[in-house]
Design a protein around this ligand. Structure first.
Ligand code: FES
Length: 149
């Protein structure tokens, strides 16, 4: 299996690892098939900008790399921008993933969306285009992997 230099970099030196106390939103998703779990913490300011983001991943190397990249891509962004993050954009930023590892990037996308959902629920706000997340991405409609995006 061939990993890009960027994947190796984010796997060996992941960014934004950790947790945020009293986070604005926390999202946890898993994939029952491989058993991997990812949790994303968001610190969002009053203007809707993501001041800080951290993650914990109990999973494979590609899951670590995709969560690391996903957090980098949404840090400092407005929640509406963060919502546009897709597994495809994470993969592109990492110069691709082997086909059997594509689902790891879906986990990263879903963890971010789950954290945004938690934030919207806690604050009673609606984020346009955000749907209720699933706990297990394996059986979700996101298995189509956004190939057409
Ligand atoms: Fe399942 Fe990577 S093998 S997230």
């Amino acid at each position: 299996m061939q990993y890009s230099a960027k994947v190796m970099d984010h796997f060996t030196n992941p960014r934004n690892v950790g947790e945020i106390e009293d986070a604005s939103g926390v999202g946890t998703v898993g994939n029952a098939k491989c058993g991997d779990i990812m949790r994303v913490y968001l610190d969002i300011d009053d203007g809707g900008f993501i001041k800080d983001v951290k993650f914990k991943t109990f999973g494979c190397g590609a899951a670590v790399a995709t969560s690391s990249m996903a957090t980098e891509l949404i840090k400092g962004k407005h929640i509406n921008e963060a919502l546009k993050l897709t597994n495809r954009s994470v993969m592109d930023a990492l110069d691709g993933l082997p086909a059997v590892k594509v689902h790891c990037s879906v986990l990263a996308e879903e963890a971010v969306r789950a954290a945004l959902w938690d934030y919207s629920e806690k604050n009673g706000i609606t984020i346009e285009g955000l749907e209720k997340p699933v706990d297990d991405i394996h059986d979700s409609h996101h298995e189509d992997l956004h190939e057409d995006d």
